[in-house]
Ligand binder design. Sequence first.
Ligand code: EAX
Length: 323
Amino acid sequence: MKNTLFAVVGAIASLAVTSAQAEQSIVIGHSLSPTSHYGIGADAFISKLTELSGGEFTGTQAPAGQLGGERDMIEGLQIGSMDVVITSTGPLGNFVPEVFALDLPFLFRDYDHARNVLDGDIGQELLGKIGENQLVGLAWSENGFRHVTNSQRPVKTPADLDGLKLRTMENKVHMEAFSEMGASPTPMAFPELFTALQQGVVDGQENPVTVITASKFWEVQGHVSLTGHVYSPAVVLASPILLDGLTDEQRGWFAEAAKASAAATRAEVNRLEEAGVALLRENGMEVITDIDKAPFAKLAQPAYAVYTDKYGTELVERIQAVE
Ligand code: EAX
């Protein structure tokens, strides 16, 4: 009788250990609030991964740059200190230079054009390039079309940018574009930005409505101009060190979870593209909507050379040709 009891207890204990060992909790890092379009995407990733794995994998999001700026988090993926990151492509070109093609000013016509490019052959090719740089590109997500905000004056023409100290991402295409348009670009990691705006270290910044609302930039910025000067992709990245330790089936769960994440983020971008501008106005920002983009685009054109001098114009022309 005693032996049977010990056998049963032993079996239960081993089951508990097995299930405890089997359950893995991953962390998804990003730079925005937990309820932002990235936070919603992180929650969708975790839900889908938990569902597909039957609870073998669970997860938590590490929002608001808790684990560093986007560049830091990307480096963390390469060395295995990060599991999954949702990030804009802003700093990614420093790791995968081909991705700079996606950051070119006034390249994408609208959201449909951008999504068609990223969800088609070109997007898949660039995910492949990401995979050649100690990273795994699971899916293209979305940040949105970027607009200029500042504390000094309404920006209606490039002349209004003259001398504005404008924070940019750590992205040499964007820095070159704003230099050509007349601003004074200052590259800075996102977690430092709100304080820099508050203290007047920089006069302005540029981000999609999604980020401006999630970060409550109306508390430190009085003017926003809907320049839409760059479409900012986001991407769901994973550490190859994490994925190399998984089975093909488990890797498939991560890929499906990333697609669910991207879909949830894009849905939130759609919602905020409608509702966000009203929110900016309700919170006291002067919103300049009737912007003639042609003069900005003409001045920013030389920034294309940051990419085309090294890689030529073929990919740019392919992107422009997508419907
Ligand atoms: O990815 O750094 C930026 O301005 C990004 O748009 C932000 O971190 C969201």
